[in-house]
Design a protein around this ligand. Structure first.
Ligand code: ADP
Ligand code: CDP
Length: 207
């Protein structure tokens, strides 16, 4: 079974995708990490994420970058959101994601375009969301726990800017697939959000 989990920044999609993977015994891919790695590779090379040529070049990033703690920073998220709007960058990362989705037995992937572009044939698609304020609070607390110097207002501004860029781009914009089930986690804690997600996947499996 392929499970596609899409949604905006800090909606809880990664938490849900990981829990679904554990529940169903499937491998999980956080596709945002790939774009973050490209973004960080450009920044560390002194380049400009909005330069498509530089961003494309960075798609051949060192695999060790995928476990770099710097990937979780706001700067990496911002750079990821800029490089991910370049068609050549999306094309360069496409096959790797499709191969992961189509491995024997299935997989869980989370991102922005899993249900629409990477695996439109996924048996279960969830679109996870929450209000921008709730998402900013969660991300703010997460970054604080990591010891990063951030303010709530800055994180909220960053989340809004990313929402706009991710939803407004011409290629693979963030949107709920027609056959995706909506899961708003604004008033759900992690346990309730995961339980709801499992219920929705079961609905698709049986239907
Ligand atoms: N339903 C929830 N209630 C409270 N906190 C949550 C919930 N879901 C996720 N979180 C927390 O919010 C932060 C962002 O969650 P994450 O799953 O990484 O979001 P995303 O993958 O959408 O960016 C993490 O610190 C996570 O523990
Ligand atoms: N499948 C994906 C995943 C991420 N991305 C981009 O990569 C950025 C970082 O993604 P992420 O999932 O790591 O970000 P968070 O939602 O965890 O904050 C997003 O803002 C998107 O611009 C994408 O375009 N397509």
């Amino acid at each position: 079974m392929i499970i596609a989990v899409d949604g905006p920044a800090a909606s809880g999609k990664g938490t849900i995708a990981k829990a679904l993977a554990a529940h169903y015994g499937l491998p999980h891919l956080d596709t945002g990490l790939l774009y973050r790695a490209v973004g960080i590779a450009v920044l560390r090379g002194g380049g400009d994420p909005s330069d498509e040529g530089e961003a494309f070049h960075a798609c051949a990033f060192d695999e060790a970058l995928l476990t770099d703690p710097g990937l979780k920073s706001e700067a990496a998220g911002r750079a990821a959101s800029i490089v991910s709007a370049h068609p050549s960058v999306r094309a360069a990362l496409l096959e790797r994601q499709r191969d992961f989705a189509h491995q024997k037995g299935g997989a869980v992937l989370d991102g922005r375009d899993i249900g629409t572009v990477i695996a439109p044939e996924a048996q279960a698609k969830l679109f996870v969301t929450a209000s921008p304020e709730v998402r900013a609070r969660r991300r703010f607390e997460e970054l604080e726990r990591m010891g990063l110097a951030v303010t709530y207002d800055h994180v909220l501004g960053d989340i809004r800017a990313r929402d706009e860029r991710d939803s407004g781009r011409g290629i693979a914009p963030l949107r709920q697939a027609d056959d995706a089930l909506l899961l708003d986690t604004s008033t759900l804690d992690v346990a309730a959000a995961v339980a709801t997600a499992i219920g929705l996947v079961e609905q698709r499996r049986k239907g």
